[in-house]
Design a protein around this ligand. Structure first.
Ligand SMILES: [Zn+2]
Length: 289
């Protein structure tokens, strides 16, 4: 408990014991996911599973402190695991190099005490929301765009879920690159961690937290459940049958392409409208814009 002595002074023993029993899933290990994972492992959770099918790129480094130049072209999930294992060996760290889609999402979500949404794609976010609502697992969402960011706690059956107010975007516009800053990412990751701490204290406020970092302002917007929501009201979970292929990263068969990079962990091929990342037999296509 020496490790957590200062934290105990702030949170108390009972809350620390609850934290120490948590099994957490972090979906996406980019800037937001890596920052969240770092905080969760330092906080002292029991077990963390990080999932990402992408590799670290040089253009990621400005907004994350976990990855260094040595990690460029490494699978994000594996680089994340290596780092987290050095931070706190008492925490069990699982890395899954994969996308989280309709095929595997429920298996990943089941048995977890809380799920963190660190995705950058609204379509995958709706799939994750469906799985969490269906399996009654709390979800802590955050989204980042420029110097704005938002976060929300979803408690299935109690608060509004993401499907109450988000629509899928199945067009190439869904993968437009949005910039952001390390300050915005770190701030909203901190909000997500505080939402977890407050949830463990019994707070289940149904509100969206909106940060405008350029003004250093934070707003709380009251939300409410949509009685026509297909996930939390009608229990139809239609995104669990969806296959989005318009943009982002998605499962793809191994096709002919030009090999541009190869290591023990990943092979990268250039194909007509993007790149193919192959981890052994499993390949993922990444459309580039
Ligand atoms: Zn809903």
């Amino acid at each position: 408990m020496e490790r957590y002595s200062r934290q105990l002074l702030a949170l108390g023993l009972e809350l620390q014991q609850r934290i120490s029993s948590l099994k957490v899933l972090v979906v996406g290990c980019g800037a937001l996911g890596s920052t969240l994972s770092d905080m969760l492992v330092r906080l002292g959770i029991k077990e963390i599973t990080v999932v990402d099918a992408d590799v670290v790129e040089l253009s990621n480094l400005h907004r994350t402190r976990m990855f260094t130049e040595e990690d460029v072209m490494r699978p994000k999930a594996l680089a994340c695991k290596d780092y987290l294992s050095k931070v706190n060996r008492e925490v069990k760290v699982n890395a899954v190099v994969d996308v989280v889609d309709a095929e595997n999402v429920e298996e990943l979500v089941r048995g977890k005490d809380v799920v963190f949404d660190a995705l950058d794609n609204v379509n995958y976010r709706l799939i994750l929301n469906d799985a969490c609502v269906k399996n009654n697992v709390p979800l802590i969402y955050a989204g980042v765009g420029g110097e704005y960011a938002s976060a929300k706690l979803v408690v299935p059956g109690k608060t509004a879920c993401l499907s109450c107010f988000l629509e899928p975007v199945d067009s190439p516009n869904a993968c437009e690159t949005i910039g952001t800053t390390i300050a915005t990412v770190d701030a909203i990751a901190s909000v997500q961690i505080q939402l977890l701490i407050n949830y463990l204290r019994g707070k289940e406020d149904d509100e969206m937290i909106i940060l405008d970092m350029s003004n250093l302002s934070m707003e709380r917007v009251k939300m409410s459940r949509n009685p026509k929501c297909e996930a939390c009201s009608l229990h139809e979970y239609r995104y669990l049958n969806y296959k989005f292929t318009s943009c982002g990263l998605f499962r793809y068969p191994r096709v002919q392409g030009t090999l541009t990079y190869s290591s023990r962990e990943v092979e990268v091929y250039k194909v007509n409208d993007g790149v193919l990342l192959c981890y052994g037999e499993k390949c993922y296509k990444k459309t580039t814009k």
